[in-house]
Design a protein around this ligand. Structure first.
Ligand code: HPA
Length: 247
């Protein structure tokens, strides 16, 4: 499996760092940072930090150059792209620490460069998006997570908000009425762009906080994030090692 991972800041460190991949500049501008060749489960995977690497000012979700990132992974020979996303949990079934491998999303973002079509003579395609995540890649992720006893939630809908601010309680109520189980800021346009390039794309989300209006009074969202991020990411690391090994 030629696997590429787009994760948070510190993604490459999750696998002990990795050598830089030399890439010619692409037509869509700079990526969030360098691609790194990391050893995961005895195999090589390419890792890109979506918000830039540790030490650089973080790129906010609406400014990430999603087009350049997905393009660079394809140019480097990647066939499967796994997004790792920290998200807020909206429902009782999505408490902090839970892993979610969603099968659906709703895009609430606006103003992002969300397509390759219309630029650089890229042919217009109305790509199918009934299943925004690749079903067989997702199934593999789910099976691996289940084997490890990680209790992943599947059949979940990810509401993608614009950020960088967090939501109001009423906005989260609306997302829940719309059928969303989790909320984050980065699955789109990433998923749509991967589909435009015919890459197999899926995401593994870590719930790091209860969404606005869902936590008991007094417990701030940032405190929850600090408390659950490391445990959640360690689960993701174990999942990835096993996923690559099983291939
Ligand atoms: N809302 C949106 N994005 C997020 C959240 C949230 O509560 N937590 C982590 N990413």
């Amino acid at each position: 499996m030629h696997l590429g991972i787009i994760g948070g800041t510190g993604s490459a460190e999750l696998f002990g760092g990795g050598a830089l991949v030399a890439l010619a500049p692409g037509p869509w501008g700079p990526t969030s940072g360098p691609l790194r060749r990391c050893q995961v489960g005895g195999r090589e995977v390419l890792v890109l930090a979506r918000h830039g690497e540790t030490g650089a000012p973080a790129i906010p979700p609406h400014r990430v150059n999603y087009r350049a990132n997905i393009w660079a992974l394809r140019e480097a020979g990647v066939e499967h792209v796994l997004g790792i996303n920290a998200v807020g949990g909206i429902t009782l079934a999505t408490p902090p620490g839970r892993l979610v491998i969603p099968d659906q999303l709703i895009d609430y973002t606006w103003g992002r460069e969300h397509t390759y079509t219309g630029d650089h003579r890229f042919a217009l395609r109305h790509v199918e998006f009934t299943n925004p995540f690749n079903p067989s890649f997702r199934a593999k992720l789910l099976a691996t997570a289940n084997t490890l006893g990680l209790d992943p939630m599947s059949e979940a809908t990810y509401g993608v908000t614009q950020g960088p601010r967090l939501e109001s309680a009423a906005e989260i109520d609306r997302l829940e009425r719309d059928g969303c189980h989790i909320v984050g800021m980065t699955a789109m346009p990433e998923a749509g762009l991967a589909r435009e390039l015919d890459l197999s794309y899926a995401i593994c989300c870590v719930v790091v906080n209860r969404a606005a209006g869902r936590a008991p009074p007094g417990l701030g969202i940032h405190a929850e994030i600090a408390a659950s991020l490391a445990t959640g990411m360690d689960r993701v690391r174990r999942l990835l090692v096993e996923l690559v090994k099983a291939d």
